[in-house]
Design a protein around this ligand. Structure first.
Ligand code: GDP
Length: 193
């Protein structure tokens, strides 16, 4: 299926949050994990989400409408950027929490994980937080063109054990397109539940 993605709303503060009727899948991950690149890859065009050479730049929450399915992909602000202040970090955490909690249209959160790194504390915190709320986690290993196959399999198994899911996380690369079609299938299936 040929899908299009269109940015329909960007917000920076809790008071700008809106209750949409459409099913939503959020995209979350540490800054620099490759989230903007993944969105651009899914969109099939380069400039939709800004790719930052400097990590920590994407600080807004962006709603994208996916057609023809009609669900939203919601790009959450990247977390874990070391160089931002405590106050700023707390503000983003509150925004993410406010978005997630009580959002009946949120069907799942795709958590982007860097395939080159062992499981990171903030990723573990996020996945257990989502689990505690009963929100399905779709783990996606980004930059999967980078590690050797053996190392990739190792990190896949680590995450499979941590998340206690039947299947290993999807390996994805916005550079090569690895996992793209499969990711679309998974996102659309969750949005349709
Ligand atoms: P964001 O901060 O999560 O939005 O991350 P970006 O999409 O801006 O990417 C951060 C850096 O990782 C950039 O230098 C990208 O070129 C690089 N990157 C993103 N995706 C991939 C990928 O699939 N493979 C490789 N090798 N590099 C990637």
């Amino acid at each position: 299926m040929n899908r299009t993605i269109e940015l329909i709303k960007t917000i920076y503060e809790i008071k700008q949050l809106e209750d949409f009727e459409e099913p939503q899948i959020a995209l979350a991950g540490r800054s620099n994990v490759g989230k903007s690149s993944l969105i651009n890859c899914l969109a099939g065009r380069k400039g939709l989400a800004k790719i930052s050479s400097k990590p920590g730049k994407t600080r807004s929450l962006n709603y994208y409408r996916v057609e023809p399915d009609g669900f939203f992909l919601v790009d959450l602000p990247g977390y874990g950027y070391a160089k931002c202040s405590k106050a700023e970090r707390a503000k983003w955490a509150k925004l993410i929490e406010a978005y997630i909690q009580g959002n009946t249209q949120l069907k799942a959160v795709a958590v982007l994980l860097d395939s080159r790194l062992t499981p990171q504390k903030l990723d573990l915190e996020l996945t257990s937080y989502l689990k505690s709320l009963g929100i399905p986690v779709i783990p996606v290993l980004t930059k999967s063109d980078k590690p050797k196959q053996r190392d990739r399999a190792k990190i896949q198994n680590q995450w499979k054990d941590i998340l206690q899911q039947d299947k290993a996380p999807l390996c994805f690369s916005s550079k090569t397109g690895m996992g793209e079609a499969k990711l679309w299938d998974i996102l659309a299936a969750h949005a349709a539940l």
